[in-house]
Design a protein around this ligand. Sequence first.
Ligand SMILES: *[C@@H]1O[C@H](CO)[C@@H](O)[C@H](O)[C@H]1NC(C)=O
Length: 133
Amino acid sequence: MAGLKFAGLVLLVMATAMAIAEARTIVVGGSQNWRYGYNYTDWALKNSPFFINDKLVFKYGPPHNVYLLPNLFSYLKCDFKGATLLAGPSNGAGNGFEVVLNQYRLYYFASSNDKDCSNGLMKFFAMPLPRWQ
Ligand SMILES: *[C@@H]1O[C@H](CO)[C@@H](O)[C@H](O)[C@H]1NC(C)=O
């Protein structure tokens, strides 16, 4: 009887571990989507940690967009020199634009329109952690 209970517990723990290992699909900003004036640094902190192969979904309309900034300095300065455009103003409609965090790196995301990044707080970074499987 004790053996059965133990086996049940082991199965439960394994099922939980597998559920945790499942990649998540996360809408950036939650119900706020990707918009001017919402604190995405705060959002990212509260939704961390991110894991390898988690998907971030950016939902927005014009004039916003999604850039990947090259480093911490450009992120802090909202400097888009050398940045990579991931999604233009029209790519955030419907189900949104999806980025898979499939590399072990720091991802610096920002919107480049006017003051989106500097005053509108439309920037955050994510560092996906490995999955143990
Ligand atoms: C945004 O959130 C971060 C982290 O919680 C905080 O340090 C920062 O002061 C906030 N920025 C603004 C403008 O509220």
